[in-house]
Design a protein. Structure first.
Lengths: 123, 682
């Protein structure tokens, strides 16, 4: 699966990418909003793992932009953040996020399992 | 032949006598009757003066001269008595009466038994004390002194009455005083002053001049209606007619018809006359009563007026008091009439809404009001998106306005319900500036959120790194290293739990836990919580058994995430405080109006003294601390809050070293669940 990982924390990003690559996924990554928009352009990923707190744009803004463009609209987005306010959850859901996972509360394997559920064959 | 002086004086005596009768009969006032007595002595005096001029023998001349002076003294005494009683009918004091009586006796003695001879040129003191021989030689300066003193005191009393009594009585007293001066000054002139100067010829005129007093007093009586003229006239005429008719009986020449007829006529006249007088008296009494009633009514009226005045003053004071409070409240107050016309606005409201009351009082603000100056007033009158705020109950809303600056208000709208009315007589809006509170609340919430994020990020990194290493992704971990790495992972998990607990507590207490209620299958929630607890890796764990109910349970209204968290906490606790050879049993069943979830363990138990404090924040029992030193003491606090928010209860039964059972009761009826985060009315 072509997965775009948008995560500004280098350590977490590397751990995630390492695990996903080991599972055979094709990974592109972005460390901020600007990079994310570029990475979304070509090729369009099959899944996006999205952090909410980024240096420039917020995850919500990226979600908004994705939902505003036809090419990006169908791409499932798993919000992966350590923010867990109800307002944040509601906003992400309203903007069309497929799932919302709190990093500290999930192991990499659990995250992988969720991703697996969204793989084309399992839909 | 009778001398002219005597004749004139006796005629005067007749007139004064009639005057005395009229005064006496026409009044019930004691003081006025004393006045009649005074007139009686004037009459006697006039007779005596007449007698003095009639007599020829020296013996009688002396007698009548002394008698004259004595009667003049009596006039002075009674006139003084009258002055003390008039016009308020004061009762004379006993001391005064005794004093006056003694004075009369003394004068009687001096005038008739002393050696002082009064004659036309004054008086002469005789050496001899032969009282039999000089029987009628009397009086010296005492007569002049007592006469002058009594009149002076009487005038003083009148002056005092005029000064101190009510205007009407004072007017009366003034008339009497003037009358007296007019009546007594001329006789004093001709009787005392002129003879002293050697002029004796006017002596006999004194009673004639005293007539002025009679005439003036009668005039005053008529003018001021002091006496009841009708009654006096009726009484006098009935009396005169009766006397004539009675005398007529004896003048009859014919015995049978004459005498009998005249007796009948006399009796009939007497009876009719009696009734006539009684009738007048009754009418007069009625009039008097009416007068009293009118007076009482007037006094009642005036007291009522006083009371109304006082009450009005009190109300005014109260109104000023209330208005001062309203005007100086820091909260804004806007009052609307029944028709939503603005009838009152305080200073704070002017400031908060950026309007001047003079510009809006009496106005009706419409939802379509477009004037920018009135936008804030429009917003609080019709808060956006909430429909009408004018109902029959207190309504608390939050309103944001942008003029005169950005404000967040809490607006409480209260209907003014007058007793006995079903429709409000108007509305009062209390506007509270909560901009700062809201700001602080937002900042606090943001702080919690960011703090959580910052704490969780490194914990996530450690968690995932250890997972990667322990999972063998970075090569096989030697056995020696596996145990400490696992411990590090568990410790990290506890840190994550602690952060989550602290966050949850902060949000529960801030009212921002974010419950999402829906209808869910409770059996599945319990099963998932059990599964969750079993699957998290723990060293040497007690066996966990979930007994499913025999019949499927009805669905209930709940927040599945929060309920899971609560049940997970309880099951996790049970596992943690139960030895690895013990067991934990979980069951769920329907019982009356509730679903009961039972979590039973064979663990260390809880001391009885600790049970009441079990659900307090940060509380940990001694046994728990001994067994596990790392708990936060927040778990059960969170559990209790979640269950309570679901309208449920949690009970515990425990015995040390035997085990603990928690009973969670959740209502089947959604109406038992408390209202969602109610607005706090500051």
């Amino acid at each position: 699966m072509r997965i775009l990982v948008i995560e500004d924390d280098k350590f977490l990003r590397e751990l995630l990418i390492g695990k996903l690559v080991a599972e055979g996924h094709e990974i592109t990554s972005a460390t901020d909003g600007k990079e994310a928009i570029v990475a979304l352009e070509n090729p369009v990923p099959e899944l996006v793992l999205l952090d909410l707190l980024l240096p420039d744009l917020s995850g919500f803004e990226i979600l908004e932009k994705m939902k505003a463009r036809d090419a990006w609209k169908p791409v499932p987005v798993i919000v992966l953040s350590n923010l867990d306010q109800k307002e944040d959850l509601d906003r992400a859901k309203k903007l069309g996020a497929t799932d919302f996972m709190i990093k500290a509360n999930f192991s990499l394997n659990e995250i992988l399992a969720r991703i697996q559920k969204l793989a084309p064959g399992n839909k | 032949m009778i001398p002219l002086a005597s004749l004139v004086n006796w005629l005067i005596a007749l007139l004064v006598g009639a005057f005395g009768i009229i005064v006496y009969a026409g009044t019930t006032r004691k003081s006025t009757r004393i006045y009649a007595v005074v007139s009686f002595f004037v009459q006697v005096w006039a007779i005596s003066v007449g007698a003095y001029f009639y007599t020829e023998t020296p013996y009688w001349l002396v007698f009548w001269n002394r008698f004259n002076h004595f009667v003049a003294s009596l006039i002075a005494v009674f006139y003084y008595l009258f002055s003390t009683m008039y016009p308020l009918d004061r009762k004379p004091t006993r001391r005064m009466v005794i004093g006056l009586a003694l004075l009369i006796i003394l004068e009687w003695y001096l005038y008739f038994y002393s050696n002082i001879i009064i004659h036309d040129e004054g008086f002469t003191l005789r050496a001899s004390l032969d009282r039999y021989h000089d029987l009628f030689k009397s009086v010296g300066p005492l007569f002049y002194l007592s006469f002058a003193a009594l009149f002076a005191l009487a005038f003083k009393n009148f002056a005092k009455s005029i000064r101190e009594t009510e205007p009407l009585a004072a007017q009366e007293a003034r008339t009497v005083l003037i009358g007296t001066i007019m009546g007594f000054a001329p006789p004093v002139l001709v009787d005392i002053i002129l003879p002293k100067l050697g002029f004796y010829d006017a002596y006999w005129l004194a009673p004639v001049l005293a007539l002025g007093w009679v005439v003036f007093t009668l005039y005053s009586i008529a003018r001021h209606r002091i006496l009841n003229v009708r009654l006096v006239f009726a009484e006098v005429s009935v009396l005169v007619m009766s006397v004539i008719l009675f005398a007529n009986i004896f003048l009859s020449e014919q015995l049978v018809f004459g005498v009998a007829g005249r007796v009948v006529i006399f009796l009939a006249f007497a009876v009719v006359g009696g009734f006539f007088i009684r009738n007048i008296i009754q009418k007069e009494e009625q009039k008097e009563k009416l007068g009293i009633l009118t007076k009482e009514l007037a006094s009642l009226n005036s007291s009522l007026e006083t009371q109304v005045g006082e009450r009005t003053q009190e109300l005014t004071a109260q109104r000023v008091h209330t208005e001062t409070i309203i005007e100086n409240l820091t909260n804004g107050i806007v009052e609307y009439g029944r028709d939503l016309r603005i009838v009152r606005m305080n200073r704070a409201a002017e400031r908060l809404l950026g309007v001047e009351r003079t510009a809006v009082l009496g106005k009706v603000i419409l939802p379509t009001e477009e004037s920018p100056a009135l936008s804030s007033l429009r917003e609080i009158t019709y808060p956006r998106g909430t429909g009408s705020s004018f109902g029959s109950e207190l309504l608390v809303q939050e309103v944001t306005v942008s003029k005169p600056k950005e404000y967040e208000f809490q607006v409480a709208t209260a209907p003014i319900m007058a007793a006995g009315f079903t429709e409000p007589a108007g509305y009062i809006k209390v506007i509270r500036d909560i901009t700062r509170e809201k700001q602080v609340s937002r900042e606090k919430s943001e702080f919690i959120s960011i703090a959580a994020h910052q704490l969780r990020t490194p914990l996530s990194a450690i968690k995932w790194t250890l997972e990667v290493i322990l999972g063998g992704d970075k090569g096989v971990v030697p056995d020696k290293g596996h145990v400490p790495l696992s411990r590090a992972h568990q410790t990290n998990e506890k840190m994550i739990d602690l952060v989550n607990d602290l966050l949850n507590v902060a949000r529960i207490e801030d009212g921002r836990f974010g419950y999402v209620f829906g209808v869910h299958n409770i059996e599945e929630i319990v099963a998932a919580a059990v599964q969750d607890s079993i699957s998290s890796p723990k060293e040497q764990m007690a066996s966990v058994l979930f007994t499913r109910p025999e019949h499927p349970l009805p669905q209930i209204s709940c927040d599945p995430d929060k309920l899971s968290l609560a049940l997970h906490n309880l099951i996790d606790n049970a596992i943690q405080y139960t030895p690895h050879d013990g067991k934990v049993e979980v069951s769920a069943r329907e019982e009356g109006e509730n679903i009961v979830v039972k979590i039973q363990d064979s663990g260390i138990g809880i001391a009885e003294k600790d049970i009441p404090r079990l659900f307090s924040k940060f509380f940990r029992s001694e046994q728990a601390k001994r067994m596990r030193g790392d708990g936060s003491g927040l778990g059960l606090y969170i559990v209790h809050n979640i269950i309570a928010r679901h309208g449920g209860t949690i009970d515990v039964q425990s015995k040390e070293h035997v085990g603990t059972t928690f009973f969670v009761r959740l209502p089947l009826n959604a109406s038992s669940i408390p209202e969602a985060d109610e607005t706090i009315y500051y």
